[in-house]
Ligand binder design. Structure first.
Ligand code: PGA
Length: 254
């Protein structure tokens, strides 16, 4: 059976200045595109807001790289000092937007309702939301991950049911908070269970979407997770700004 492209989201966070982002794009995008073609991957590059415009020209003519934002405002326009509108992000060529990343939830106090509303706005404006969910370390340790995730998902899925028939598609990224930037990844069997359970939750509402995993994915941790049947791709932070590491991840054969 034809396997769809593996989706690899490169979350550059605030690791590059504008000039550094442009230099990375100029130096590596053509080769990344080629590697993505050879390895049947689609890569979504998510730079910081201010780097979107300068790196856009380097995507010209490439078929496997696209542009995503790391967050957006809850509102499309208005008197909202410092906020970044999804309208502008779409104009800048973003076809994806990460919504509800843990660092945003923490820094900006985004709630599940905010996440759901931002995702709805993205869908309305033709941008695919990459919606992040994930449990805390405490929750993981006391074995109550499912109820934590269920609470997050239930709020978000309410909106997804309404948007189910709309394009573009949404994506869900499972990012356990304890795995982000920690060097720790879940056991493959644990991740397989969580993914299967998320799939069931979606199916019970007549939904399905690509499922990503994020949290400490590197060339040394990807191995055991890359063959999981329900996994459609990865959301990658620190390893995505190191070209050698990222190249090895894109070329990884499961
Ligand atoms: P990490 O980040 O790969 O550096 O753990 C993942 C993320 O925050 O999306």
């Amino acid at each position: 059976m034809h396997r769809p492209d593996r989706i690899i989201v490169a979350n550059w966070k605030m690791q590059f200045t504008v000039n550094e982002a442009a230099t990375f794009a100029q130096s590596h995008f053509v080769q990344l595109d080629q590697l993505a073609q050879e390895n049947r991957c689609s890569i979504v590059i998510c730079p910081s807001f201010e780097a979107l415009y300068p790196i856009k020209p380097f995507l010209k003519g490439l078929s496997k790289l696209s542009l995503g934002a790391q967050n957006c405002s809850l509102f499309a326009r208005g008197a909202f000092t410092s906020q970044v509108s999804m309208l502008s992000l779409a104009e800048l060529g973003c076809t994806f937007c990460i919504i509800g990343h843990q660092e945003v939830r923490e820094l900006h106090r985004d709630t599940d309702h905010d996440v759901a509303n931002k995702a709805a706005l993205a869908c309305r404006l033709g941008v695919s939301p990459i919606i992040c969910i994930g449990e805390t370390l405490e929750t993981f340790n006391n074995g109550t991950s499912r109820s934590y995730l269920e609470k997050q998902l239930t709020t978000i899925l309410k909106f997804l049911v309404e948007c189910a028939r709309k394009t573009p598609a949404f994506l869900l990224a499972y990012e356990p908070i304890w795995a982000i930037g920690s060097g720790k990844t879940p056991e493959p069997s644990y991740l397989a269970d969580v993914l299967a359970w998320i799939k069931e939750m979606l199916a019970s509402r007549g939904l399905s979407c690509p499922l990503l995993y994020g949290g400490s994915i590197s060339e040394s941790t990807i191995g055991p997770l890359s063959a999981l049947a329900d996994l459609d791709g990865f959301l990658i932070g620190s390893a995505s700004v190191d070209f050698q590491k990222f190249k090895n991840i894109v070329s990884w054969k499961s």
